[in-house]
Design a binder for this molecule. Structure first.
Ligand SMILES: *[C@@H]1O[C@H](CO)[C@@H](O)[C@H](O)[C@H]1NC(C)=O
Ligand SMILES: *[C@@H]1O[C@H](CO)[C@@H](O)[C@H](O)[C@H]1NC(C)=O
Length: 365
């Protein structure tokens, strides 16, 4: 009798824990390739069509879904944690489809600032997509009338919705860094990027959002593409984990400004709960203690790529001729040089949902 009793006791305990954390009934997500679950592919954009075929998607879905990874993304793990279905990409929504549990507006390559900003600076042609954060917000506004009707109805519905605003902004910097922008120049654009993010968050609150999560940027100095493009002969440019110090400091610079801006939003909208998700901290653990998270093969080298010291080769990127994927993506942090593996995203999601990488914590209400 005793073992059986113990098992049912544990079962009940865990059951209680998971049901008490089920406070969201829907999720609305805005962002870029870190959370796009199909919009970029559906938009017909051709800049990076390889995400539409294997090995993208090989680990979990066993086929390509338009996710820039081998499997699930942070947003998928967040949906799972709240017992919700994976969010349908906005561009896949047709008449009869049920999207009461949420919609994903993220588009790979999207920027926080509007494409006009980049066209005015003559780098618009580099953009993979024009579907910036404000375009995604427009999509949400268009869809809103099919989600709820009266003010009261919307209020009740959005009270139980989580609005994920980001990660977004990483591309605003990527495009400029990749064509030779300096860290100093890019620092000057941080307030604009952060401003675009907080403008979108404010607009969502005005539309009725009360539960928002805004993630910061990843440690880009540990990313295979940055390590390849900005490698340095000077050992002092690297931290003890082998990451580029100056670029990680840039991510922190953005994140600190974002955190300050969110504090301002909390004061402006005291009724809203605005959570900062520390993707930087959650991911930085991987580079500090990779084995603890199961990352046994090269923490900084991409799983899928076309050679080079970090297995990132711009002439043979993952999915293109001359590249191949590693045998065990779960032993790698980095998937294709730019994006992370499902294994890494799972740990980030866990670190955000169960702490300590969200402020205030996700589960306490
Ligand atoms: C973005 O918009 C510009 C004009 O505003 C257009 O020339 C360009 O083709 C668009 N890019 C994409 C990827 O749709
Ligand atoms: C990068 O890819 C190109 C094209 O496949 C190849 O010729 C080159 O040798 C690769 N570079 C490295 C460092 O593997």
């Amino acid at each position: 009798m005793k073992p059986f009793f113990l098992i049912s006791f544990l079962y009940l305990t865990f059951g209680a824990v998971s049901s008490s954390s089920q406070q969201y009934e829907s999720i609305f997500n805005f962002g870029d390739s870190l959370s796009d679950t199909g919009n970029f592919l559906l938009s017909g954009a051709l800049a990076f069509p390889v995400i539409g075929k294997l090995p993208y998607g090989e680990t979990f879905f066993r086929h390509a879904t338009g996710r820039s990874s081998d499997g699930r993304l942070v947003v998928d793990f967040i949906a799972e944690a709240f017992g919700l279905p994976y969010l349908p990409p906005y561009l896949a929504i047709t008449g009869g489809k049920d999207f009461r549990h949420g919609v994903n507006f993220a588009v790979a390559g999207a920027t926080a600032l509007d494409s006009q900003f980049f066209y005015e600076r003559r780098i618009g042609k580099l953009l993979w997509t024009n579907d910036s954060l404000s375009v995604q917000l427009g999509w949400f506004k268009k869809l809103k009338s099919s989600l709820c009707t009266s003010k009261q109805d919307c209020e009740n519905y959005f009270k139980k919705s989580l609005f994920l605003v980001g990660e977004i902004g990483g591309n605003d910097y990527n495009y400029a860094f990749f064509i030779g922008g300096s860290i100093k120049q890019l620092q000057a654009s941080v307030p604009l990027v952060v401003g675009a993010i907080t403008t979108a968050a404010s607009a969502l609150i005005e539309e009725g959002a009360v539960e928002l999560m805004v993630p910061g940027n990843l440690p880009i100095g540990c990313s295979a593409v940055y390590l390849t493009l900005f490698g340095s002969p000077n050992k002092a440019d690297y931290d003890p984990n082998g990451c580029l110090k100056a670029f990680n400091a840039f991510s922190k610079f953005h994140n600190n400004q974002l955190k300050l801006a969110l504090e301002g939003l909390r004061q402006k909208y005291p009724h809203a709960r605005i959570i900062y998700a520390d993707y930087y901290g959650a991911a930085n653990r991987f580079f500090h203690a990779p084995r603890h998270y199961g990352f046994f093969s090269g923490t900084l080298t991409a799983c899928c790529g076309g050679g080079g010291p970090y297995n990132f080769n711009n002439s043979a990127r993952c999915g293109h001729l001359g590249s191949k994927a590693c045998k065990d993506p779960s032993a790698h942090v980095n998937w294709d040089g730019i994006h992370l593996t499902e294994a890494a995203y799972r740990h980030i999601a866990k670190g955000v949902i169960s702490g300590p990488f969200s402020t205030p914590t996700v589960t306490s209400s």
